[in-house]
Write a protein that binds this ligand. Structure first.
Ligand code: NAD
Ligand code: IPM
Ligand code: MN
Length: 363
């Protein structure tokens, strides 16, 4: 297969972890005889520095001309001035919106080799295998907003949802549940928020009419934050609006052991020439300014995002599994980056961990 991928390394550890994921994709290309091409674009702080915009038009065009997009992370202290006219994070929200990526899939699976690397008790973690489906182009991230002007210290953000926005992401989550254990937990704050009351009503109606075979429960977001560390193995697919899904998945990353392990796939309606969604694939973590440039970031979240890219945007399931098996193998062999190091492990930097995965993909 011939495939063209856009690579947006971004800021901080973004370039360090995407470099390893690209090496893994190249190894997949060699082993399975695919011609993968990579086109690089600017996004976030580096794009502000080079082009004055967090999302230059060329980057949007590059992504639209590609079969899929691999992204590192954006942001950092250099661009954190609250009065700055443009922020790196706007670039990330902008590319999600420009590509119509309304559903963000964030799988959280405990790797048995890491049972003791987590801060949580092994008996709580056993059997954790959930998929968070986060709505990605609506809600409070995109509603009407007013910044506080000097002398008029009032600001607001608006959480707004419409029926079609809720229906499409619910459908995608319910279909995912059908292919898994057939359970969907929808998260909201319907005891306070009007947008959540609509969310709950629309989810209930759609599930009743289209997915009567999928078991549905509604969970308030504050309770969900607690249940996720009390009985995480009880959940299958978790559906949440944009902000709730963002927060709950950073929490859920600790079920897997580290932020450095959680991949994601953002999907929409647009198809690429392979007849698959033109998705965007990124780790859930940020640019990690505290460790950027040190060569110690865990590249596995980005490598596992590349596996999701192979699966969802290129339809290459065997290749995706080969990457996931290679990651399982290096973890089972005791190789660890510092974020998941436990006493007995061999601790490696970013490049050495990436190289270990490449060796195992190559076979
Ligand atoms: P962060 O995710 O960058 O880091 C949180 C903590 O997790 C840090 O201690 C960091 O060292 C650690 N960590 C994250 N990824 C890791 C990895 N791969 N390996 C090892 N440790 C890892 O969150 P933050 O510090 O709150 O945010 C930093 C910047 O990143 C901010 O500017 C924020 O806006 C941005 N951000 C970007 C994205 C994105 O691009 N998708 C996501 C989240 C945050
Ligand atoms: C994420 C990040 C982003 C988000 C920020 C950087 C805009 O936290 O991808 O999880 O909130 O979506
Ligand atoms: Mn986040």
């Amino acid at each position: 297969m011939k495939a063209i991928m856009a690579v947006l390394p971004g800021d901080g550890i973004g370039p360090e972890v995407t470099a390893e994921a690209v090496l893994v994709l190249e190894a997949v290309g060699r082993r399975f005889d695919h011609a993968f091409q990579f086109g690089y674009g600017l996004l976030g702080g580096c794009a502000i520095d080079a082009a004055g915009s967090a999302l230059p038009l060329e980057t949007v065009m590059l992504c639209q001309a590609s079969d899929a997009v691999l992204l590192g992370a954006v942001g950092g202290p250099k661009w954190d001035d609250p009065t700055a006219p443009v922020r790196p994070e706007q670039g990330l929200l902008g590319i999600r919106k420009a590509l119509g990526l309304y559903a963000n899939l964030r799988p959280v699976k405990l790797n048995p080799a890491l049972l003791h690397a987590s801060t949580l008790k092994p008996e709580t973690l056993a059997g954790v295998d959930l998929l968070v489906v986060r709505e990605l182009t609506g809600g409070i991230y995109f509603g009407a907003r007013k910044e506080a002007a000097p002398g008029d210290e009032v600001a607001y953000d608006t959480m707004l949802y419409s029926r079609p926005e809720i229906e499409r992401v619910t459908r995608l989550a319910a279909q995912a549940a059908r292919g898994r254990r057939g359970r969907l937990a929808s998260v909201d704050k319907a005891n306070v928020l009007a947008s959540s009351r609509l969310w709950r009503r629309v989810v209930s109606e759609l599930m009743r009419d289209e997915f009567p075979d999928v078991a549905l429960e509604h969970v308030l977001v504050d309770a969900m934050a607690m249940h996720l560390i009390r009985r995480p193995a009880a959940y299958d697919v978790v559906l949440a609006e944009n902000l709730f899904g963002d927060i709950l998945t950073d929490e859920a990353s600790m079920l897997a052991g580290s932020m450095g392990l959680l991949p994601s796939a953002s999907l929409g309606e647009e198809l690429n020439p392979h007849g698959q969604p033109r998705g965007l694939y990124e780790p859930i973590h940020g640019s990690a300014p505290d460790i950027a440039g040190k060569g110690v970031a865990n590249p596995l979240a980005t490598i596992l995002s590349a596996a999701m890219l192979l699966r969802h945007s290129l339809g290459l399931e065997v290749e995706a599994q080969a990457v996931e098996a290679a990651v399982d193998f290096v973890l089972a062999a005791g190789l660890r980056t510092p974020d998941i190091a436990d006493g007995a492990a061999e601790v490696l930097g970013t490049a050495a961990m990436g190289a270990a995965v490449v060796r195992n993909v190559t076979g």
